[in-house]
Design a protein around this ligand. Structure first.
Ligand code: SDX
Length: 374
């Protein structure tokens, strides 16, 4: 097979259809079940976006009320999960903690033991809602444990975004801050066959269970080339320190051929469709918090890197500083991405399970020629 026939990283390869989202680099657009993500970010609670991704339609008022009621009832952690959290080393990376806890949640699900229980679509919808409701409580508890603080119980009088912030900080920030957090969840929710979603689809394609597919997706998202980039962006900001240091820092980084996290994308080559919406949300936080230093650093690095490489920011670039201003620990940024993306992952897992097509590509052998034991 000629090298030209090999598509490393599956770059540019269309491997299947999906009805869940459409990423269009030509028009720099992203649709969730046909709706532009910017419209959803401007108008919908995150719970409605989860409903849309799973059902294909936005909920009416009655459906949203019922959905929120079900989700709120599933927020509290099982005491065995609280016990597990206390067994995990405090310095374990939050991505590893969340991956471990999600794996434990699967062991609580007795319906997995039913005949056909691994791939029952009705059971999977309930499992998706369960993980959607549990992840904020888990992520908030992880941040508080790292700070030597007791976890805070969820409140069923708060919507998804407000409750997430309440459990993390023990107080409610401004309406503007809650709204910025909501916008970040909507923007992070879904993005077609990205590496973690495709990982989930590969696992689902073997007729394995939803929890196993989500655990695999978490492992893929952890990498700084993918979801781990939002954490890496903040480490870069901390390393540069201030706008004045951008040029020398970038000179050194590029001389060492380093990848600058938060920039570039496999699909978008003229900018990530989600960035303008997230940057406007970040600007609201900068104005409210007075963190103009961070805004100046953000702008200086973007201007310098784009001028030198013609490579544009991706969603992780504005999301990192936004989560920093909201008060999240840097190592908790990618777990926030999990909490949002679990909606897209589970939509794809259910779509893949329905398609019943095992994912198993070919490889071109380039090892030693056949030989025999003497
Ligand atoms: C996400 O796929 C999705 O949809 C992902 C995501 C989602 O919502 O699920 O959008 C979320 O993962 C966003 C991406 C987050 N990752 C980063 O910010 C990490 C930094 N970015 C790069 O590693 C890179 O841009 C990738 C991995 C994101 C995409 O890279 P590609 O398409 O594989 O292209 P490439 O790495 O081959 O780069 C082409 C050239 C190379 O130069 P040469 O070796 O040809 O000289 O551009 C350079 C790269 O070195 N380049 C960069 C760069 N990104 C590309 N150089 C420095 N810094 C960068 N960030």
């Amino acid at each position: 097979m000629a090298d030209a026939d090999i598509k490393k990283g599956l770059a540019g390869v269309v491997v299947d259809t999906t009805a869940i989202s459409k990423v269009n680099p030509e028009t720099n657009s992203l649709l969730y079940r046909g709706y532009p993500v910017q419209e959803l970010a401007a108008t919908q609670p995150f719970e409605a976006v989860a409903f849309l991704l799973w059902s294909g339609e936005l909920p009416d008022a009655a459906q949203l009320e019922a959905f929120q009621k079900s989700e709120r009832a599933l927020r509290p952690l099982d005491e065995r999960t609280v016990a597990l959290l206390d067994l995990i080393p405090l310095d374990a990376h939050p991505m590893d903690v969340v991956r471990t806890v999600v794996s434990q949640l699967g062991t609580f699900d007795e319906t997995l033991n039913r005949p056909g229980g691994w791939t029952d679509p009705d059971l999977d919808l309930g499992r998706a809602l369960y993980l959607f409701a549990q992840l904020p409580t888990i992520v908030a508890a992880v941040q508080r444990r790292r700070r030597g603080l007791e976890p805070i119980a969820p409140r069923d009088d708060l919507d998804y975004s407000a409750n997430f912030l309440w459990m993390t900080f023990g107080e409610l920030p401004s309406e503007a801050a809650i709204d910025v957090f909501r916008i970040s969840m909507v923007l992070y929710a879904e993005h077609s066959f990205n590496a973690s979603t495709f990982t989930a689809r590969v696992i689902a394609s073997t007729t394995s269970d939803l929890y196993s597919a989500v655990v695999g997706a978490i492992g893929a998202l952890k990498g700084p080339l993918h979801g781990g980039a939002n954490e890496a962006v903040m480490h870069i900001f901390d390393e540069i320190g201030s706008a004045e240091n951008v040029v020398p820092w970038l000179d050194d980084a590029l001389a060492k051929k380093k990848k600058i996290m938060g920039f570039g994308h496999r699909v978008y080559k003229n900018g990530d469709s989600r960035v303008p919406t997230m940057k406007a949300a970040l600007d609201r936080l900068i104005a409210e918090s007075g963190r103009t230093d961070l805004g100046e650093l953000y702008d200086a690095l973007e201007k310098e890197f784009v001028a030198r490489k013609g490579i544009y920011p991706n969603l992780d670039y504005p999301s990192g500083p936004a989560y920093n201003i909201l008060g999240f620990e840097t190592e908790v940024f990618t777990p926030l991405f999990i909490a949002a993306r679990v909606t897209g992952w589970t939509a794809h897992i259910m779509e893949q399970a329905a398609s019943n097509a095992l994912i198993r590509p070919l490889s071109a052998y380039n090892g030693v020629d056949e030989r025999h034991v003497s």
